[in-house]
Design a protein around this ligand. Structure first.
Ligand SMILES: [Zn+2]
Ligand SMILES: [Zn+2]
Length: 188
C-alpha cells in the first residue's frame, strides 16, 4: 500500500484510489484539546484537475479520539468523519527579480488549494491535517457542561459544592449588618 499520492502515477494510469490506516499520536498534533487519538482511516481518489499541473483529491478521514472539554477539563470520546476536497497546484516559481509571483484568490474554493514542489503528497500529512481541522477551538463534553467551580475546583457535572451558597450567605450577612446599623440610627 502506497503511503503517498503520486502525481506521476496519475499521469500514467489515470485516477488513483488510496485507502490507508494511519497511526497518529496525540503528541504529534500538539494540541491540548486532544487527549488521545485512534488510527485514522483515510480513503480518497486523486485525479488530474483542469489547470496545468493541478491534481484534485476527494475523500474522507475517519477517526476516534478523546478531546478534552474546555470547561470541565475531562476527556470525552469523539467519533469523527470529515470529507475533504483538496486541490494541489505547482508552487509558483520565484520570478527573475527574486520575488514570488502573486497568487490571486478568485473564489472561496481556492482556500482548499495547497501548493506542491514535490510530485507526491504524504497520506500521513493529509491525515494529520484533517484531524487538526476537526478539533474545535473550545471542545465541550456536552452543550450544557457545567464546568468547574471557580472557588473549589469541583466538577459541577458530578458534584455540588457549597461555594455558591456561602457567597449568598455572606451577602445576607452584609445586609443584616446594614439592617442593624439602620435600626441603631432610628433609636438615636
Ligand atoms: Zn465538560
Ligand atoms: Zn465550589
Amino acid at each position: 500500500m502506497s503511503e503517498f499520492i503520486n502525481f506521476d502515477d496519475i499521469d500514467k494510469h489515470g485516477p488513483q484510489s488510496y485507502r490507508a490506516e494511519i497511526e497518529v499520536s496525540a503528541s504529534e498534533l500538539d494540541r491540548d484539546e486532544v487527549a488521545g487519538v485512534g488510527p485514522t482511516l483515510l480513503e480518497l481518489t486523486a485525479k488530474k484537475g483542469d489547470l496545468p499541473g493541478e491534481y484534485i483529491a476527494d475523500g474522507t478521514a475517519s477517526f476516534t479520539a478523546d478531546f478534552t472539554c474546555s470547561r470541565c477539563v475531562e476527556p470525552y470520546p469523539v467519533a469523527n468523519q470529515s470529507a475533504f476536497h483538496v486541490r494541489f497546484r505547482p508552487r509558483p516559481e520565484a520570478s527573475a527579480s527574486g520575488e514570488t509571483e502573486e497568487v490571486e484568490i478568485t473564489d472561496t474554493e481556492e482556500l482548499d488549494v495547497e501548493y506542491y514542489s514535490e510530485r507526491q503528497v504524504s497520506l500521513r500529512d493529509l491525515a494529520i491535517e484533517q484531524i487538526q481541522l476537526s478539533v474545535p477551538m473550545k471542545p465541550l463534553c456536552e452543550e450544557g457542561c457545567l464546568g468547574l467551580c471557580s472557588h473549589c475546583g469541583a466538577n459541577r457535572n458530578r458534584e455540588t459544592c457549597d461555594c455558591e451558597k456561602k457567597v449568598v450567605d455572606e451577602r445576607w450577612g452584609a445586609l443584616a449588618g446594614i439592617r442593624d446599623e439602620l435600626a441603631k440610627k432610628k433609636d438615636v
